[in-house]
Design a protein around this ligand. Structure first.
Ligand code: B4P
Length: 192
């Protein structure tokens, strides 16, 4: 199985690259941001609760997100593995993921971290905000808050996964296809 986490700050290109990698490697795709936005659109109880946090650029509580992932983990038996986009975002979420994978006799293949300078992240998100209608992409203040929360809560996972020799940093600047090439090369080198 190929089980990947696509990692990095908001706007780094996780969603963009995931769409290409799932086709290339025939992987299932779980993107917490997409699932949450879908729940908001359908005004489910989970969506109504999550919206309060997301609109401010804050993280949705671990318990909600972890339960959401757990319920979906067993749905993809016909695939070669899974890409997790936007999960885990905290150490408790990473601990829960370890437990989930262990209970399936499975493990992580790698954490692929995209790296893009701060200023470019802000520009990408503001640009997306012009067309996406996403409240969390609309205001500079919210975008800055999301990036700050990434540094405070999510970046510690860099160490968590480096200590397990699972962490790989990939330059996320350039044309989308150049970045895909870097990712595929790295992933394939791990499968030999
Ligand atoms: P996400 O939906 O995960 O959103 P993201 O981090 O903004 O996006 P991503 O990095 O995937 O960027 P993309 O490829 O789209 O999270 C949204 C919110 O959901 C969080 O703030 C939080 O509230 C909540 N949430 C999600 N998961 C959670 C969790 N586990 N725990 C708690 N809360 C959680 O790219 C961005 C833009 O850049 C696009 O417009 C794209 O076209 C452009 N782009 C991509 N690659 C490019 C390139 N190479 N060059 C130029 N532009 C590029």
């Amino acid at each position: 199985m190929i089980n990947l986490i696509l990692f990095g700050p908001p706007g780094v290109g996780k969603g963009t690259q995931s769409q290409i990698l799932i086709e290339h490697f025939n992987l299932a795709y779980l993107a917490t941001g997409d699932i949450l936005r879908n729940s908001i659109a359908n005004q489910t109880p989970l969506g109504i609760e999550a919206q309060k946090f997301m609109d401010r650029g804050e993280l949705v509580p671990d318990k909600i997100v972890t339960g959401m992932i757990e319920r979906r983990m067993n749905m993809f038996s016909d695939k070669n593995g899974i890409i997790l986009d936007g999960f885990p975002r905290t150490i408790p979420q990473a601990n829960s993921l370890d437990t989930m994978l262990k209970s399936r006799n499975d493990k992580l293949t790698a954490v692929m971290a995209l790296v893009v300078p701060y200023d470019e992240l802000v520009v990408r998100l503001l640009n997306r905000g012009k067309t996406s209608g996403r409240p969390d992409d609309a205001k500079m203040e919210t975008i800055k808050n999301r990036i700050k929360i990434y540094h405070d809560k999510t970046e510690p996972l860099t160490r968590y996964y480096s200590e397990q020799d699972l962490f790989f940093a990939i330059n996320g600047v350039g044309k989308v296809e150049e970045i895909t090439h870097r990712l595929i090369e790295n992933i394939e080198s791990l499968l030999i």
